[in-house]
Design a protein around this ligand. Structure first.
Ligand code: TIU
Length: 236
């Protein structure tokens, strides 16, 4: 609809037209949310990130009913890892040809290694796909991205423009990593963004709090942050 909706938000109310607004759900993949996945291997708290699945499902349902454009993203790489820079591999664990020696502190498995849900963060693998609760519908956009930010090396910008999108509701995992990076990229490209508190989570609670605080600090440095309930009431 072209009516303007307004919800309470920090630092001040967020107004948007549903026909120009997308729901962008970042990386709600098994590899980040379920046992045996990449997130758990990185040392992430699964209880924290799993707590945002149900709120995100409710937000997705309300957004579908209100006619918002729905965009999902997945972080991952080609099977030959040609799109995974060595910087990304070696920060997690020593890559096969890295000049850096492997340290005890690094993780046992790296991107592309075989985990319990297939090769970690590799496209086409079971673990790389979105959890059942949030499975995309055929008319929804799925962006496969090699980086943390969803604009880097993807056609997300063009897909949003093709839908006439000016405003974005942002959900997903992890708040401190791919959500914050994408939010900042979107702000630089002129999109008005609002993160939804219950529909995002990180691998420890203080990272989530700080990440959201940074987004709206100083009269909206990068954008807005709202709670789920007022948004559901406003969309419904
Ligand atoms: N989706 C996302 O945030 N990817 C990550 O790698 N997250 C971490 O917290 N590492």
């Amino acid at each position: 609809s072209s009516a303007t909706l307004t919800i309470p938000a920090k630092p001040y109310p967020f107004s948007f037209q549903p026909c120009r607004t997308a729901l962008l759900i970042i990386d709600m993949q098994r590899d980040f949310l379920l046992a045996g996945g990449f997130g758990e291997i990185q040392g992430g708290s699964l209880a924290d990130v799993q707590a945002c699945i149900e709120p995100t499902r409710r937000l997705l349902e309300a957004s579908r009913a209100a006619g918002l454009a729905i965009f999902h993203t997945r972080e991952g790489h080609k099977p030959d890892l040609s799109d995974c820079p060595s910087s990304k591999l070696v920060r997690q664990a020593a890559a096969p040809h890295s000049p850096n020696p492997r340290s005890e502190k690094q993780h046992k498995l790296v991107i592309g290694d075989r985990g319990e849900m297939g090769r970690l963060l590799v496209r086409g693998e079971y673990g790389h796909d979105i959890v059942d609760e949030l499975k995309p519908l055929p008319n929804e956009v799925v962006i496969d991205k090699p980086g943390k930010g969803a604009f880097w090396d993807t056609d997300l910008m063009h897909r949003l423009k093709a839908h006439g999108i000016t405003h974005i509701l942002v959900a997903g995992v992890t708040t401190e990593c791919c959500v914050a990076t994408t939010f900042r990229e979107a702000n630089d490209r002129g999109f008005e963004c609002c993160a939804v508190t219950e529909a995002t989570a990180g691998y420890n609670p203080s990272f989530k709090t700080s990440s959201l605080d940074m987004l709206h600090w100083s009269q909206g440095l990068f954008g807005f942050v709202s709670d789920l309930q007022p948004l559901l009431e406003c969309l419904g």
